[in-house]
Design a protein around this ligand. Sequence first.
Ligand SMILES: Cc1cc2nc3c(=O)[nH]c(=O)nc-3n(C[C@H](O)[C@H](O)[C@H](O)COP(=O)(O)OP(=O)(O)OC[C@H]3O[C@@H](n4cnc5c(N)ncnc54)[C@H](O)[C@@H]3O)c2cc1C
Length: 454
Amino acid sequence: MDNMLLRFMIFGFIIMSVSCDPQDKIHNTIIIGGGLMGSATGWQVSTDTEVLVLEKQDSIYDSGSSLGEARIARSSNRGDDMWSYMHNTSVDEVENLIDFLNVKTKSNDYSISDIYTTQPVSYLGKMTIHDKLLASLIRQEVDYKMAVTPEEAKKMFDVDLPEDVLLQREYNNYSGTINPEQLINYLHQGININHGEVRHNSEVRSLKKVEGLYEIEILDKTKDLTYTLKSKKVISAAGPYTGVLLKDVAPYFDDLINPQRVFLAFYKIRKEVYEDLPESDIQKLKDAYPVINSSKGTRDGTFFSMIEYYEDGIPVIKIGGHFQRSVVKDMDQVWRLDLNQNERDWAFNSTLGYFQLLGLPISEEDIIFDHGYSCVYSLTDNEVPLVTPVLGEGSQLDKSLIVLGGMSGVGAKGAMTYGLLASDILKNQESRTDTMYTHVRSVMGSSRLVDYIQ
Ligand SMILES: Cc1cc2nc3c(=O)[nH]c(=O)nc-3n(C[C@H](O)[C@H](O)[C@H](O)COP(=O)(O)OP(=O)(O)OC[C@H]3O[C@@H](n4cnc5c(N)ncnc54)[C@H](O)[C@@H]3O)c2cc1C
C-alpha cells in the first residue's frame, strides 16, 4: 500500500471516529445549540425526522441563558395575551413529552411535576395598571386574588402593602416555576429515543452554505479535533451567540439580536432565624414566591425573585432584574464575572424590602449572601423573540435555515411552543390551527427581517 493511500485511510478513520458519521453522510437536520430552544425544537423535529443536536457544553451546563433550576412560569400577563398562550401551549407540550417518556420506558418514572412547581405567582404593581390588568385576567382566564388597598392586602394575604399599589396572586395549575435543567434533560432523552441524537462537547466553529448544503465545522472538545458535517437543513438556537454563528450566512442577525449581561444573587435566611419562624410565616414566605415586583413604578426598582432550591431545609432565594442590564464586553468570559458592589446592594435592598412588605421578623443581619453570577440575555429591539427562516438570495425566505433568537427574559415558560413553531416552519406544516398560533407565528416571523433589510 503506498503512503498516500495509507494516509488517506488513516485520515478517513480519524474523521469517522471523531464524528461517528460516515464521511459522505448528508444529515437531514442539524440543530446548533442544546439550550431550551434547540432542545425543544429537536424534540419536535425528531418525532418523524432524523435530527442531530450539537451543543458545545458538556452534559452538565455551566453557562447559557437556560442555566439553572427555576424560571417563573405564569399564565397571567398584563401586557399581551400572546405570552399567556406561549406558556399554556408549552404546558400541553410538556404533558405530551412526559406521556411519551413513560410509554417508551414502560414506566411511570416521569411526571409533569418534575418540570413545573405549582405555586402562587405574585405581581406587585402601581394602581395605574389596574384596569388593564383586570381586563387581561378575564381574557386569559386566570385564577387569581387581588388586593388593591393596604386593608385588603392585610386581610387577604397578611402583608403590608403601600398605598397606591396592588398585589395580584395567580393560582393556575403549573404556574409557579419551570425547571430548565430538568426539561432539557427530558427533551434530550426524548430526542435520543426518537429519530435523533444529542452530541455534547461539539462546538460549531463555522457555518457555510455550499452548493445548496450547509457545511458545519465542528470542534470535538473532548478529542480536540475538528471535523465537518453536511446537512440539508439547519436550525440555529445558539442563544446570545446567534450573531457570531450566522456571520457567514445571515450576517444581519448580529444587529437584530443583541446580547446583554444580567446578574443573579442568591440569599439565605440565617438558619437559627429561619428555624425559629412560626409555621404561618414559613408558609407566608413560601406563598410569596415567585414574585414580580414593579411596585416602585420604575425600571430600576423592578425585580423578579423566587426560591431556587432548598439547602438543609433552608430556602435559597434568587433575585434579579430584567432592567439591570449591561453591555457584554467578552461573551466567553461574561458568565464568570462577579457582581459588583452596586449590584449586590441593589439585590440585598430589594430582598430586604420585600421581607418588610411581607411583615416577616427578618432583619438585615439575618439575610446572608450565598452566591451570585452573571448570565446573558439575547434581546431583539422590541424584546419579542424571533422564530424565522433567514432571507436567502434575492431576499427570498430560505426555510432551510431557521433561527430562534432574542428570547430575553420570557423564553423559558414558552420554550416548548417556540420549538413547535420552529419545527413547523421547517416541516412546512401548522400543528395548531387556532388564531393565536397563527398570530405568534406571524409576530415572531420573517416580517421584521424584511423590514430590517429594506
Ligand atoms: C437571568 C435570567 C432570568 C430569566 N427569567 C426567566 C423567567 O423567569 N421566565 C421565563 O420564561 N424566562 C426567563 N428567562 C429567559 C429564558 O431562560 C431564556 O429565554 C431561555 O433560556 C433561552 O434559551 P436559548 O436556548 O435560546 O438559549 P441558551 O440557553 O443560551 O442556549 C443556547 C445554547 O447554544 C449553545 N451554543 C452556543 N454557541 C454554540 C456553538 N457555536 N456550537 C454549539 N453550541 C453552541 C450554548 O452553549 C447554549 O447551551 C430568563 C433568562 C435569564 C438569563
